[in-house]
Design a binder for this molecule. Sequence first.
Ligand SMILES: [Zn+2]
Length: 340
Amino acid sequence: MTPMPKLLQLELILFAILGGCALVQQQIEIQAQSKNPPLPSAAVKAKPVTVPSKLPSRITPAASLKPAPGKATVTALDPVFVGAGDIAECSKPEDELTAQLIDKIPGTVFTAGDDAYPNGTTEDFQKCYDPTWGRFKARTYPTPGNHEYNSPNGDPYYAYFGSRAGAVGKGYYSYDLGEWHVVALNSNIDAQTGSEQERWLKADLAAHPKACTLAYWHHPVFSSGLHGNNPKMKDIWQTLYDAGVDVVVNGHDHQYERFAAQNPEGKAEPKRGIREFVVGTGGAELRELASLRPNSEVQNTATYGVIKFVLQPKSYSWQFIPIPGKTFTDKGTQACVSTS
Ligand SMILES: [Zn+2]
């Protein structure tokens, strides 16, 4: 074996000390491909970092990778938030097809409830949900639906997702994604003004005054579907609206629907209203609409798929992604309430 040049040895030690195992490998590869003498350290350090294709959504990008001021705000490093509601039924294949969409989409996965049919039992989660969307469990932030609560207190749901589902029996929690605050709520428990959940939400929003906020849960306040408008979370809507929240995502009605920005009374308010999406398209049987509600901008009742949000620092983009063989899509971009 040829002895290693001293300069190369020193570089390797230096990189190892700095924890730069990947750089060492990179350097070795550079050396292997080149007949030239080892590159000077400075040249190696200046080499641009290759961004992994599956960058975890919570990693803060290096300053050098942020877009320059004035340039386009959409970058590969903005957090991605993808999911749907009404997902896993053992008797149907579409939950696997929507899971295959998410296979190709790095980022945070959400569920908008009715995750495991028919009753959210331990068996429903293990046999129906786990083989499909369960493979994203490590990057999933779920919410429960009424089908999870067909099991007493939703206990198997909390057991399956563990601490990721929030406190057992409560199921509401929040987290940050990039510049966004994200709130997961539970529409199966008390949500009136003054309830424990509503008081928690008010305090949580006050403690996280981000420019942009998204909230999600199962039962929509506004829906043109068979279940229709459901006032159960209307007080929550008021609390969200008062705090300038931007986006609400729900399931329960098995359709895709996008509303214009509205206030809690359902009146259009383009500047400060909340835009609601109903995305009950994760795999459960799709259903027709019942009655078209005011400010409903887009509806589709024939396409399974997921919604993908890109959470930019002061705006968001959405895109409905259909399963293979389907063409319906919906996409757009909007500035956050506090910045428009
Ligand atoms: Zn439901």
